[in-house]
Design a protein around this ligand. Sequence first.
Ligand code: ZN
Length: 205
Amino acid sequence: MIPLVLIVLLGPAFSGLAAAAYAKDAQCEGDGGVCQYTNVACDGKNVKGRCGGPANRQCCMPAAAAATGNVKWNLICDGQTANKLRGCDKYGCGSYGACRSGHKHMGVDVECPDGSVVNAPFSGKVKRQAKPYKKDNVINDGVEFSNDDFCIKMFYIHPDRYTGSISSGHKVGRLLKMQSVYSGITSHVHIQMCDSSKDPTPYII
Ligand code: ZN
């Protein structure tokens, strides 16, 4: 039989036992990280203060999560179970940097059926109207929406208003009739950072 004091001293060797013993680990694991000792390779970034145990037991966050501080935005299209990126259809692909005729797609497309309520992905303010096209058509509408951390443009929506505060998860407007312009497309909200050189994907999914 191993004396209890020895188990405590050999903590790292009994990592399974130790992991179960630290309630604080939930802070790390809840955000997709893994609590481990810093001498174990981490494919991402070790974050202090989110795991139980000694100071060299830290939260290894996957690279994508570490880059954003693991901030995730709220559900954008009402009625969906999660934010889902548009894949590829005959009009192109929904990912950031996808090819378009003569340029690159500088935002990401979040699937959303025509007429759906579109919600604010974070708490912020509608700053102004923002339109995707120079030439008008029935889906040429949207807003610029921002707070201290983020500034985005949301296209193809008819907003309730072009000014004022909206809490995260509350209605910004409704998706316009995308099918009437691009028949057969995967209808979507286009989300683009105001600084379009940044990819918003890690915040969305
Ligand atoms: Zn788009």
